[in-house]
Write a protein that binds this ligand. Structure first.
Ligand SMILES: NC(=O)c1ccc[n+]([C@@H]2O[C@H](COP(=O)([O-])OP(=O)(O)OC[C@H]3O[C@@H](n4cnc5c(N)ncnc54)[C@H](O)[C@@H]3O)[C@@H](O)[C@H]2O)c1
Length: 262
C-alpha cells in the first residue's frame, strides 16, 4: 500500500525538497503551505506556483507517489484536521517544516507581532501538526511505522544573537518532540527532529538581510563544511527517518549543519 505523508511549509525551501524526496521514495504527499505572506513579517513567504525549488516542481520528480498541494496554515488545527480527514484520516509520516524568522535587533526590542509570529509558527505550528498528525499516525493498524519529524535548527543548541525568539522556538521544538517520543513509546510511531545549519533557502536570504549582510553566502564561512547546506541534503535525512527501517530511532535530534553547532 502506498504510504501517505503530510509535509508543512511545502511550497519552497526545505519543505519542497522534502516533498520531492518523499515522492521519489514512492509516498503520496499532502504538501501543505500557508501560500501567502504573513502581515506580521517583512519578507515574502512561499507561494504555490510552478518554478524551480517549489512544491509544484516536485510534481515532475520521477517516482510513483502523487503530490497534492494544499493551502493551509500550520497553526490552524481545524484546517489541518480537514486536510487529513479529506485524505482518509490516517497518515504514515508527518513532517513539520513550516517556519519563519524575525530578529536583527536585541531580544527585548523585537517587534511584538513579529515575536508572536515566530513563536506561533515555529513552535505552535509543530504542536498543531502533532495535535492533528499523531492521532492520524496512530490510526494505522499495528504493527505501525509512523514517523513524526519536525524541522528544528542549530538555533536550538547554539546562541544566535539577534535571533533570540527564533532560538527559543526551536529549543522548544526539540524539547517538545523529545517528550512526544517518550509518550509514543511502544506504539510503533517515532518522533524526531532534524536541525539544519545555514541552508540555501529564502529564509537564509532573510537572515542575511536581518544581519545587514550582502548575501547569504557569508554564512558559509561559519560552517566547518565550508559551504551552505543544500535543501536536498536536509530532505535526504528527513526521508531516511521517514523510512520503515528506523524504528529504533526516537527522541533524537539529527544535525544536518556542516558542523555549525560544534
Ligand atoms: N534555511 C536555513 O538556514 C534553516 C536553518 C535551520 C532551520 N531551518 C528551518 O527549516 C524550515 C524550513 O525553512 P526554509 O529555510 O525552507 O524556509 P523558507 O522560508 O524557504 O520556507 C518556509 C515555508 O514555510 C511556509 N510557512 C511559513 N509559515 C507558515 C504557516 N504558518 N503555515 C504553513 N506554511 C508556512 C512558507 O510559506 C514557506 O513556503 C523552517 O522550520 C526553518 O526554521 C532553516
Amino acid at each position: 500500500m502506498t504510504r501517505l505523508a503530510l509535509v508543512t511549509g511545502a511550497a519552497r525551501g526545505i519543505g519542497a525538497a522534502t516533498v520531492a524526496r518523499l515522492k521519489a521514495d514512492g509516498f503520496d504527499v499532502l504538501a501543505v503551505d500557508r501560500g501567502e505572506d504573513d502581515p506580521r513579517l517583512p519578507y515574502s513567504l512561499g507561494h504555490f506556483h510552478r518554478g524551480p525549488d517549489t512544491a509544484d516542481a516536485a510534481l515532475d520528480v520521477v517516482g510513483e507517489g502523487r503530490v497534492v498541494p494544499v493551502q493551509a496554515d500550520t497553526t490552524d488545527v481545524d484546517a489541518l484536521r480537514a486536510v487529513v480527514e479529506q485524505a482518509g484520516g490516517a497518515l504514515d509520516v508527518v513532517v513539520a517544516a513550516a517556519g519563519v524568522i524575525a530578529g536583527g535587533v536585541p531580544a527585548w526590542e523585537l517587534d511584538a507581532d513579529a515575536e508572536t509570529a515566530v513563536l506561533e509558527t515555529n513552535l505552535g505550528g509543530v504542536m498543531a501538526a502533532a495535535r492533528v498528525g499523531v492521532p492520524a499516525l496512530l490510526r494505522r493498524p499495528e504493527p505501525r511505522a509512523g514517523r513524526f519529524i519536525a524541522v528544528a535548527s542549530t538555533a536550538a543548541q547554539r546562541a544566535l544573537p539577534q535571533l533570540a525568539a527564533y532560538c527559543a522556538a526551536k529549543a522548544g521544538v526539540v524539547g517538545y518532540v523529545r517528550a512526544l517520543a517518550v509518550e509514543l513509546g511502544g506504539t510503533g510511531v517515532t518522533a524526531n527532529t532534524v536541525s539544519p545549519g545555514s541552508t540555501r533557502t529564502p529564509m537564509l536570504d532573510e537572515s542575511a538581510r536581518l544581519y545587514g549582510l550582502e548575501s547569504a553566502e557569508t554564512f558559509a564561512a561559519q560552517q566547518p563544511l565550508g559551504r551552505l547546506v543544500e535543501p536536498d541534503e536536509v530532505a535526504a535525512v528527513i526521508a531516511f527517518l521517514a523510512g520503515r527501517d528506523t524504528h529504533a530511532i526516537t527522541g533524537a535530534d539529527y544535525p544536518v549543519d556542516g558542523g555549525l553547532a560544534l
